[in-house]
Write a protein that binds this ligand. Structure first.
Ligand code: HEC
Length: 103
């Protein structure tokens, strides 16, 4: 009986850890690709003043649409930028991270 309870607890914890992973991967992706201009984390201001901190994106952006845009190729708002295009998995991870930090 005790053993069964422990196994169930273990599965719940493993599930929670897996659910965390996309957001962590998304954070790493955005830090690699976007942090030169945008504030990626929960605090701090953007290195480039005109680039919105990511934690405020949901004020002007529907993050569900944003995920689709990342998959298609993000062009808007980046005059001097190469086009960003994320794989479906990466876009989902990035969106999961962005959702987790919105103010
Ligand atoms: C070289 C600098 C630079 C990099 C790198 C960069 N951005 Fe931007 N981004 C900007 C600037 C500047 C703006 C604002 C442009 C404007 O308002 O005309 C912007 C705007 C945006 C907006 C629109 C925000 C809004 O509220 O309208 C989104 C979304 C965005 N960036 C996402 C990203 C993502 C995701 C990455 C990384 C994959 C990224 N950016 C990388 C400079 C950059």
């Amino acid at each position: 009986m005790m053993k069964a309870v422990l196994i169930v607890c273990g599965l719940v914890l493993a599930g929670a850890a897996l659910a965390q992973q996309p957001a962590l991967r998304g954070q790493a992706l955005l830090e690699d690709n976007c942090a030169t201009c945008h504030a990626v984390g929960k605090t701090g201001s953007s290195p480039l003043a005109t680039a919105a901190p990511f934690r405020t994106l949901s004020r002007s952006f529907d993050l569900d649409k944003f995920q689709i845009e990342l998959q298609r190729g993000l062009l808007t708002g980046h005059p001097d930028m190469p086009e960003f295009k994320f794989s479906d998995d990466d876009a989902r991870a990035a969106a999961a991270y962005l959702r987790s930090i919105q103010e």
